[in-house]
Design a protein around this ligand. Structure first.
Ligand SMILES: [Zn+2]
Length: 347
């Protein structure tokens, strides 16, 4: 659990707010009704059987399932919506309330606060982020993941085995290199041609001086000098027996982008700082989702109270597989400027 001042302040606020949120949301049955009412805001639903397709008025009070007026087969109000198959509505609604109040908590903290598993929490958070992805596109700018790799420190199902979490980024960059139009192979910053050549030959698998000599076709003294400079720059690690690997915390990634502006770097850094403060580090593939959650937490003009339930009520179903398989693209969306919450809105 992150233990920074910001994280502690949010935890304190959440604990203080929780009784008020419980009072507002009521029982699990109240929460279910609240969600169903949000879904039913369109007031009519078509029969889901294609042979029938009859337009039914949604009954009041709203129920999750009722019979089609024409064919008498069951119509499920939540089928294929965000709330498809949801067992407990209240934990999700509490999470939305906290998000809308700009309170950022880790999955562990939320789990402790709400009393459901971190897995359930993380699923709920990520599904909100995926649902809101369509929204962020209109407000955000796209920046390279390479600007945010400092926030990457957790293994995911995409992290190559026996390699550090950051290897996921390198792996993804390598895979995407030929196809993505955003990416250009350009000179790595601050490296000479020789150093760049050596760097691109390095990997997580240790290579000997002789192997690198063979791979780069550089002269021995030039190779030796490049290896020494790369080591000094923190780009490579020298292992026992003069074996060389890419450093885990290498400041330079394999691929660079056409754009390399200071503005985008500072936007990336702001996101990295937030992630470090609240979550310590995250998996590379989730960068985009954390960026969306950060936006929801901080843009109080866009994400007013009740707006997340409205978003989710109109969202399609987001499956567990989709959440697991989600991968942040090489360039992802970050909102550069938030409308900060007013003090009274937090209360
Ligand atoms: Zn029908």
């Amino acid at each position: 659990m992150a233990n920074t001042e910001r994280s502690k302040a949010n935890w304190f606020m959440a604990k203080k707010l929780l009784p008020r949120i419980h009072a507002k949301l009521g029982t699990e049955a109240d929460c279910k009704q609240r969600a169903l009412t949000a879904i039913a805001s369109q007031s009519e639903i078509y029969c889901q059987r294609s042979e029938c397709g009859h337009k039914n008025a949604i009954p009041v009070p709203v129920v999750r399932a009722f019979k089609c007026e024409k064919c008498r087969k069951e119509i499920s109000l939540t089928a294929k919506t965000y709330f498809h198959g949801v067992q407990k509505f209240k934990p999700r609604l509490i999470i939305m309330e906290l998000q809308e109040r700009g309170i950022t908590l880790s999955a562990n903290q939320l789990s402790k606060l709400i009393g459901v598993s971190t897995d359930t929490i993380s699923k709920a958070l990520k599904s909100i982020a995926i649902a809101a992805l369509m929204e962020i596109e209109t407000e955000a700018i796209s920046i390279p993941t390479a600007f945010c790799t400092n926030a990457v420190g957790r293994r995911t199902n995409r992290t190559p085995s026996n390699e550090p979490p950051i290897a996921e980024e390198f792996d993804y960059q390598r895979q995407m290199q030929p196809s993505s139009p955003n990416i250009n192979k350009v000179t790595l910053p601050g490296l000479t041609k020789e150093e760049e050549l050596v760097f691109t030959k390095l990997s997580k698998h240790p290579m000997s001086f002789d192997e690198l000599f063979e791979a780069t076709k550089l002269g021995a003294s030039s190779l030796g000098a490049s290896l020494m400079t790369l080591e000094l720059k923190g780009c490579l690690e020298r292992r026992v027996g003069d074996q060389f690997v890419i450093a885990e915390s290498s400041p330079i990634s394999i691929t660079l982008y056409e754009y390399d502006s200071e503005h985008e770097k500072s936007i990336g850094q702001t996101l990295v700082n937030s992630i470090k403060d609240f979550f310590q580090s995250i998996g590379r593939k989730n960068l985009q989702l954390y960026s969306v959650l950060d936006w929801i937490n901080n843009d109080k003009k866009r994400w007013t109270q009740g707006s997340l339930l409205k978003l989710c009520a109109s969202s399609r179903q987001i499956t567990y597989e989709e959440i697991l398989e989600y991968v942040t693209p090489l360039a992802f969306f970050v909102v550069p400027k938030f409308n900060p919450p007013k003090k009274e809105e937090l209360a």
